[in-house]
Write a new protein. Sequence first.
Length: 478
Amino acid sequence: MKRILWPGIVMIALLLLAGCREAAEPPAEAATVTVPTATARPSATAVATRTPFTPSATPDSVLQVTEDDLRGVTVRFWHPFTDDSAALMRQLAADFNEQNQWGIRVSVFSQGSSATLQERFVESVQSGEGAPHLVAAPLLLLHDWHVQGWLVPAEPYLRHAQWGWDAEMLAGLDAFVLTQHQNPAGTQLSMPLSWQANVLFYNQGWARELGFEEAPATFADFQAQACAAQEALLADDDRDNDGTGGYIASRDADALLSWLAAFGYDDLPEAPGDAYQFATREGEASFTALRQMTDDGCAWVSRLPTPYDYFAERMALFYSGSTRDIFVQEQAMAFTGNEDDWIVLPYPAAEGDSPLLVNGNGAAIVAGSPPEQMAAWLYLNYLLEARNQALFAIASGSYPVQQGAWTWLEVYANQHQPWGLPPAWMNPRFSPPLFHNWLVVGNVLADAGWELYQPFTTVERVPAILEMLDSMIAEIIQ
């Protein structure tokens, strides 16, 4: 089910903004979209008055940019966002163009997807023609492009004496997500824009009818509830739903990583040359538990590519997804008229707390002239202001990295409680490997998940699946 677009923008106006006016005409490259904006709001020039933290005594000559140098500079900003998020990015650029004191002009270009963005960005920097000055992309791509030398670290700009950030401002950003955008030495390479988590969707209302008053806290609880849902559907008069009811088995790499972590797996590589090893005691325990649930009928493989309708029609008590799926699930529930209470959960651990797998998008400065790089930094500052972070959170379904954004989001979070929950029960977090080879390894892991859930697979075959997974990864990335 595709997310409805325009009502999301209307919701932004109703919940967050105090007044409205027409936006100034953006550059020719950026289409105009009418999004009401507040009259009392953080200014686009606010970054000019920020107090620096530990400024460099001898800043690099690249940072010696004056306000006169910035006048008339054009910043090409590329991103992968679509729909509401793309419309918002166009409007924010139009607002910035009207307000900023330096005369900087931002032109926004949506590339339509991360894959297209990657292809066009690499082509532009290699050819030297039409490359952006600021690029937003998934974290993994940003890390890879820094390794290639195409991006400029944000660290010197964070420490800039005039336009840098002070310690209090840095403390306002989500510390874990900020650290994801650093290299092992602690240098800030890029800046985070948003984050989302891999979670379990859980029909709490149906679970209560099955006799479970509490959400599952352990894998054993999860298994018991999933099996009870499967048994309930077997016992009803509808034969079409037989074989469903529990957990929709997911071969998605993020879901499999989350289950591995729930069983204590903590062997992901810490450096690009480190080996991947999934054939461990924890890996075998997690894959065995999932295979056993499948054999018992408590986990099942769906025919449809998306889980939203199954969940809305009480054919699944649980499914794996991203927090960005919450709004799509809300629409599916409304479409079917299902008024069940439902929430999202961290994956229940075999023991203790299960860490939460977190992904996200960030933005980085592309190598260019000193004025272009500084202008890109100033616009990135604007995107990170609390109000703009709140707008982007609503438009994209992701979470803000600026903690001050939650002041703007309080009403919205209360109206969309499944979305508002994760920051409240935030477990320890981890991210997938931020190395280029993960783009391949993640697909190989998903293939192992496909084999795990096949009808011909037995529990006894799990060790062989994991050993073959490690062997194949080693052969591919060597």
